[in-house]
Design a protein around this ligand. Structure first.
Ligand SMILES: *Cc1c(COP(=O)(O)O)cnc(C)c1O
Length: 379
């Protein structure tokens, strides 16, 4: 039985009437740019996340870029980013005229920690972009304390973590609401995905919110009057309507992802050579990816490809070793945990509509490959 890595058709079919009605509403109104649909979705996101301000934009990459621009850093200031993340995190820093400084990650969670950030601080460091990779938040309290101590701005790249939460002082706080600015992506493969590109910014600071709202429309509140050089980075009304129709279903989908992750955990526990992902305590992990590690990753990938089992490598090359960042002068060996992760990670299908039989097949194939007997009840 072939198992797709992700099946967006299944989700669409399950709420087709709601989505079609939402799109028809926008088409009827012929209001496609910002306007009431976007404002309503922004208000829904603010309420869902517990953010004071939520501001739509064109995509998650722009969200990071706009956040950095709004912080008014100086050209060439250093911004710490993880070495193990999607390219956009560091690309946005570079495109904002800032210097990305790469931090290593925790081998269990793939996220930066206060220690890995501290290891690369300098007197030119002005900000940190913390990524909540694969749907689990980085351990925020020590990172926020470090940033406070050193006067650093904190941007949370929560592109993969819409709805992830962490218990801090007895309160479950959403990813993207702890730093100065939170950034989100609605790329179709994210947990909350649009029918195209989309993004969101969150902040608790009125002044930052004001600057972000201007920056997404060329830096002015009033047409043809520009206080800052911004860009065109708006969320489409059609995307806002689709996302707003999907939002009430998000928690149910996250529960299904968590259930799938738990089933993999059980089936892959004790398979020699396979490390299942670590969900830290006091974290509500939303599993945008379920990512295992194995030293035989490339061989396993070929085996799964041959069986028609979807899988993906996020990410094969750590950012400090990307060709475009050669001018920064990093070498292989500089950030060993990220480099090892890039050699060992493999993400498995974990989308909400994945059936039990499909999941059993994926797990059995991985167990068999590593010479373990199929788990009880498996294929
Ligand atoms: C998807 C993603 C982005 C970029 O989002 P786009 O909407 O594709 O621009 C940024 N950071 C991380 C960690 C991502 O996963």
């Amino acid at each position: 039985m072939p198992v797709p890595f992700l099946d967006l058709t299944a989700q669409y079919r399950s709420i087709r009437a709601e989505l079609d009605a939402a799109m028809a509403r926008v088409v009827e109104s012929q209001r496609f740019i910002l306007g009431p649909e976007v404002e309503r979705f922004e208000a829904e996101c603010a309420a869902y996340l517990g953010a004071r301000h939520a501001i739509g934009c064109a995509n998650g990459t722009d969200a990071i870029l706009l956040a950095l621009k709004a912080l008014r850093l100086q050209l060439g200031d250093e911004v710490i980013v993880p070495a193990f993340t999607f390219f956009a995190t560091a690309g946005a820093v570079w495109n904002a005229g800032l210097r990305p400084i790469f931090a290593d990650v925790d081998p269990r969670t793939f996220n930066v920690t206060a220690e890995t950030v501290r290891a690369v601080l300098s007197d030119r460091t002005r900000a940190i972009v913390v990524v909540h990779l694969f749907g689990q938040m980085a351990d925020m309290p020590p990172i926020l304390a470090l940033a406070r101590d050193r006067g650093l701005a904190v941007v949370e790249d929560a592109a993969q973590a819409f709805g992830a939460r962490q218990e801090i002082d007895g309160e479950w706080r959403a990813a993207g609401t702890l730093g100065d600015v939170g950034t989100f992506s609605f790329f179709p493969t994210k947990n909350l995905g649009g029918f195209g590109d989309g993004g969101l910014l969150t902040t608790g600071d009125d002044e930052l919110a004001d600057r972000l709202r201007k920056l997404r429309v060329h830096g002015g509140r009033q047409m043809y009057h520009h206080e800052m050089v911004g860009t065109n980075s708006r969320l489409d009304a059609l995307q806002a309507a689709v996302l707003s129709a999907k939002l009430p279903h998000l928690d149910g989908w996250a529960e299904a992802r968590r259930r799938n992750a738990g089933a993999y955990d059980e089936r892959l526990a004790g398979v020699p050579g396979v490390t299942t992902p670590t969900a830290l305590p006091r974290n509500h992990h939303v599993y945008n990816q379920y990512t295992i590690r194995t030293e035989r990753r490339d061989e396993l990938k070929r085996r799964l490809d041959d069986c028609g089992i979807g899988n993906a490598i996020y990410y094969p090359v750590p950012l400090h070793l990307q060709e475009c960042f050669a001018p920064l002068g990093y070498r292989a060996g500089d950030l060993p945990v990220s480099e090892r992760a890039a050699r060992e990670v493999l993400s498995l299908p974990v989308y909400p509509e994945l059936s039990g039989a499909q999941l059993d097949e994926v797990a059995s194939e991985i167990a068999a490959f590593h010479g373990a007997p199929a788990f009880a009840g498996g294929a």
